[in-house]
Design a protein around this ligand. Structure first.
Ligand code: SF4
Ligand code: SF4
Length: 389
């Protein structure tokens, strides 16, 4: 099915209006993080290493809805932490839907069986389920055995009840194209609306630093995945623009559009994006947009951005390019991303990459084993006091 027509129409109209008004910077997706606490402790997570007093905090319903109104983006992605831990999440979702905004509730789905009755199916509401691969891969990625087996029946139940469901998949080291392709087959057969996929961002605060992919490796991996896709009778549906997929395959020389997906969390409006957590906060959305030195960020502009290909930065760029070059976008949509030939160069390096980004990664699978980690500090779902990547 892919993204429904109503959503494409509303978002397309919104972008057209911004362009007619001559707005150079405007938000597409508000990343709302009403809490940081989670009931998992994934190896590649950069959101859960806060002190306990921060993990216990929540944004109120009023603050969440004020952020939605202040920002004005047509799509709201509620992340965290684990949003289903927030006791007032049903009211937050209801308030956003009443504003005719499209809500993606990003969840690891461990609490969803118990909480599903609190929500109603709506064209404006989607459960975006964190699933990084088939059984072994996902359980390794979230550092807990048995999670995959709990999540699949919950996805089936949500689909049975008529909810929109997407799967949010992050790729890390040691993935093979065949394995990823099998996973995409599995979730496609379940009947989900679409797959969100991007290479894991090298969070400085993630418990593991050896799990992230470099850009060159990511591009080659995506070309091989799309090559696998061409062999399938049942096509995969992605929750992305065709040009973002083309970018992942190394065919577009995009710079990030960090302001396209602004982030509001417990501390304010996070500069410059959802991924960089040590760059400070703005007190208001206007301050974020007008007083952030955006030129400091992006590939080649900032060592921390060196390997970033995340959808929160580059999907807005791809969407802008779709509006500028609709025929190119349509051609990629019809034929899929190009999987051979030379790759587009990365943006010029104004600042050298950090030594950490220079770790040699030549081929996949990368010969790093992501060890199974048993976290002793992970709160169980029963003793949670309150917090995705
Ligand atoms: S490249 Fe853009 S989206 Fe990625 S970390 Fe840097 S500022 Fe954020
Ligand atoms: S990646 Fe998501 S599910 Fe995993 S610990 Fe972080 S917030 Fe929780």
């Amino acid at each position: 099915m892919g993204i429904p027509f109503l959503q494409k129409y509303r978002v397309g109209s919104y972008i057209l209006k911004q362009k007619i008004q001559g707005n150079k910077r405007y938000p597409l997706v508000l990343m709302l993080e009403p809490l940081f606490q989670c009931n998992l402790a994934c190896a590649g997570c950069g959101k859960i290493d806060y002190p306990d007093e921060t993990l216990r905090r929540r944004m109120s319903v009023q603050d969440c809805l004020a952020a939605v109104d202040e920002c004005g983006a047509p799509v709201i992605s509620i992340a965290g932490g684990e949003p289903l831990i927030h006791k007032e999440m049903p009211q937050i979702v209801k308030g956003i839907i009443s504003r005719k905004k499209f809500v993606y509730l990003c969840t690891n789905a461990l609490l969803l069986e118990d909480k599903m009755d609190d929500y109603r199916p709506s064209p404006y509401f989607t459960f975006s389920i964190h699933l990084d691969g088939n059984k072994e891969r996902h359980d390794t990625s979230v550092c807990r055995e048995g999670v995959y087996d709990k999540v699949i029946p919950v996805i089936q139940e949500a689909l049975k009840r008529g909810f929109r469901v997407t799967v949010n998949c992050t790729l890390f080291q040691n993935e093979t194209p065949e394995e990823v392709a099998e996973f995409f087959d599995t979730v496609t057969e379940l009947g989900i609306e679409g797959i969100n996929v991007s290479p894991g961002f090298s969070y400085e605060h993630a418990p593991r630093q050896d799990v992230f992919l470099q850009r060159s490796v990511s591009k080659r991996l995506f070309r091989s995945i799309f090559q696998e896709g061409k062999k399938r009778k049942q096509p995969w549906r992605f929750n992305h623009s065709s040009l973002y997929l083309d970018f992942l395959a190394g065919n577009q020389n995009y710079q990030c559009t960090a302001w396209g997906n602004p982030t509001r969390n417990l501390f304010g409006w996070q500069r410059p994006c959802y991924l960089l957590v040590d760059e400070g906060y703005a007190a208001s959305f206007r301050e974020l947009m007008e007083e952030t030195n955006w030129d400091k960020y992006g590939v080649g502009n900032n060592p921390k951005c060196a390997n970033c290909m995340a959808h929160c930065g580059f999907e807005p760029t791809a969407i802008n390019d779709t509006f500028a070059h609709p025929i190119k976008a349509m051609r990629v949509s019809l034929h899929g991303p190009r999987i051979d030939g030379p790759m587009a160069p990365d943006p010029l390096q104004r600042n050298p990459a950090s030594p950490k980004a220079d770790i040699a990664q030549k081929e996949f699978p990368i010969s790093v084993v992501v060890e199974q980690k048993t976290s002793t500090s992970t709160p169980s779902s029963s003793n949670l006091t309150r917090s995705d990547r």
